[in-house]
Design a protein around this ligand. Structure first.
Ligand code: GLN
Length: 296
């Protein structure tokens, strides 16, 4: 790279790659890209003004070379910067965890409504099953003033470690009245005790049947463990999961589950058969069936 400011490099790169960049990142502007680079620099302790103004000599590896290479192959921006916006905060993400989606913020809102309605001055034992980055559980811990006894689980050791890291970096914003525990577990298998509220955004894409609807970047970069279930075990997996949720809820307890628009109605029927007294389907921002509220 020649003696150019970072801004000049960025403009050159954006213009040259615009077509493929927009295919990977619909609506990506040069301004958004600049912001993400600045965020990345800031979060990694680099003075972004210096980064942008300093002229880089040809024999030095340009600090943005790796950033540009990752963009060219469509790496999600969140995996490049290492951070994703969710609810009211920024969460560290790695390729071990799903990038938290904006529609999942609805799950936090529904959970928050439930806590405010039923546990005003009472303790509420909450589980976030398959927590990934920890975004759901940590957002609730930051939000709520009722005392939460929060259990965050994941089947992936690496995900659980990252959730703990995110928990510690948000600790300053979490009331000390809450208690938080991390457990490595497949669904609720190794989780002791009963719960008032069970939250989960499990893998819910049927590997073959639903594949057509999956964005190529999602399948290429995000952890399959967090996304897909094989078609032949799909129904059995959810049936076992819902049965254990039913067993682990106190009477009157509620579970909020994110799932696939193609399967939500069948899963609602499954939940009724298992014995949930109230089953409600909730839509997402795109008006698709996305969440189940299951009451015991
Ligand atoms: N909503 C995600 C997607 O469409 C899937 C999340 C999940 O499987 N839990 O990529």
């Amino acid at each position: 790279m020649s003696i150019l400011s970072l801004d000049q490099h960025l403009k050159g790169f954006y213009e040259a790659e615009k077509k493929s960049l927009l295919a990977f990142y619909p609506g990506l502007t040069i301004h958004r890209l600049r912001q993400d680079i600045k965020l990345h620099a800031f979060l990694n302790g680099v003075d972004s003004e210096e980064l942008f103004e300093f002229p880089y000599l040809p024999h030095r590896t340009h600090p943005l070379t790796i950033f540009f290479e990752k963009l060219k192959v469509g790496t999600p921006l969140e995996y490049i910067t290492g951070y994703a916006y969710f609810y009211r905060s920024l969460f560290k993400v790695t390729s071990d965890v799903l990038i938290p989606r904006s529609e999942t913020e609805i799950l936090v809102e529904l959970a928050s409504q439930e806590i405010k309605r039923s546990y005003k001055n009472k303790q509420c034992r909450v589980a976030d099953i398959g927590t990934g980055s920890g975004a759901i559980g940590i957002s609730l811990l930051m939000e709520e003033t009722a005392q939460l006894d929060m259990v965050m689980t994941d089947i992936s050791e690496a995900a659980l470690k990252l959730a703990q890291e995110n928990f510690f970096s948000h600790k300053f914003a979490i009331s000390s009245i809450h208690k938080t525990t991390f457990i490595k577990s497949d669904r609720l298998k190794d989780v002791p005790g009963e719960f008032n509220l069970i939250l989960t955004n499990p893998p819910y894409i049927k590997k073959s049947a639903d594949m057509a609807g999956v964005h190529s970047q999602v399948a290429a970069f995000e952890p399959h463990l967090a996304l897909f279930l094989d078609d032949d075990i799909y129904d059995q997996w959810f049936n076992e999961f819902f049965t254990s949720i039913h067993e682990k809820l106190v009477t009157g307890g509620v579970s909020l589950v994110e799932s696939h628009e193609n399967h939500l109605e069948a899963q609602a029927e499954m939940a009724r058969k298992i014995g949930f007294s109230e089953v409600v389907l909730v839509r997402d921002y795109t008006n698709r069936n996305r969440f189940l509220k299951l009451k015991k």
